[in-house]
Design a binder for this molecule. Structure first.
Ligand SMILES: CC(C)(COP(=O)(O)OP(=O)(O)OC[C@H]1O[C@@H](n2cnc3c(N)ncnc32)[C@H](O)[C@@H]1OP(=O)(O)O)[C@@H](O)C(=O)NCCC(=O)NCCS
Length: 175
């Protein structure tokens, strides 16, 4: 159910701190309960921090989207023009590197608003295929991506600390 107007904006260098906090918190909320604390700590420290997100924002191949409702941050996504694993079809791949709604906003339209903008942006970035990697235990996200036309094209490993997990590789054409 969409119960509020969701605005999507492109992040600026001033958002590095916000994205570091948001990234760490939403990853922890989504996967903390299913992972050992030491693995989560190690992953969060390696992936999130103001300096890390500042570098990612500065990367010209990369775009962060921030979702807001009445000025409150409700989610974010990161797109990147990237080399893709061989399983990904297409010539000009765009990766959805991160895709997260704040817990309180799950099921309330933030995911759909972010995905619509990701697909629009992927087209304007010249991509012909959008792809991503998601944990094989992440049933809700897998259902969401399927709804948005993504198909499973393969798999790959994902490391959370010392834990080696199995991800699905999903892809869909850019309209
Ligand atoms: C991925 C995410 C942004 C999608 O947003 P959302 O608000 O959940 O999106 P929607 O509610 O439109 O779609 C989720 C679908 O999964 C279904 N679903 C809910 N719980 C489910 C479950 N346990 N198993 C399978 N499907 C489930 C919902 O019913 C819904 O489908 P429907 O519209 O047909 O009812 C959001 O779930 C999220 O932030 N999850 C945590 C972070 C995450 O996993 N990110 C992806 C990392 S790759």
């Amino acid at each position: 159910m969409i119960d509020a107007r969701i605005d999507i904006r492109i992040a600026t260098p001033d958002d590095a701190g916000l994205l570091a906090d948001l990234g760490s918190r939403t990853f922890g909320d989504a996967f903390g309960q299913q992972n050992a604390e030491s693995d989560m700590k190690a992953y969060l420290a390696s992936a999130f921090g103001e300096r890390i997100q500042a570098e990612e924002i500065a990367d010209e191949r990369s775009v962060f989207l921030v979702a807001e409702v009445a000025g409150e941050t409700t989610g974010y996504a990161r797109l990147r023009r990237s080399d893709a694993p061989p399983a990904i079809p297409g010539q000009r791949p765009i990766e959805i590197v991160r895709f997260y709604s704040e817990q309180a906003w799950i099921g309330r339209g933030v995911g759909p608003a972010l995905m619509a903008k990701c697909l629009e942006l992927a087209a304007s970035m010249g991509g012909d295929v959008v792809w991503l990697s998601t944990w094989d235990r992440n049933a809700r996200a897998l259902a969401f991506y399927e709804k948005w036309g993504f198909m499973r094209v393969g798999g790959q490993q994902f490391h959370v600390g010392d834990d080696v997990q199995s991800d699905h590789l999903l892809a869909r054409a850019v309209d």
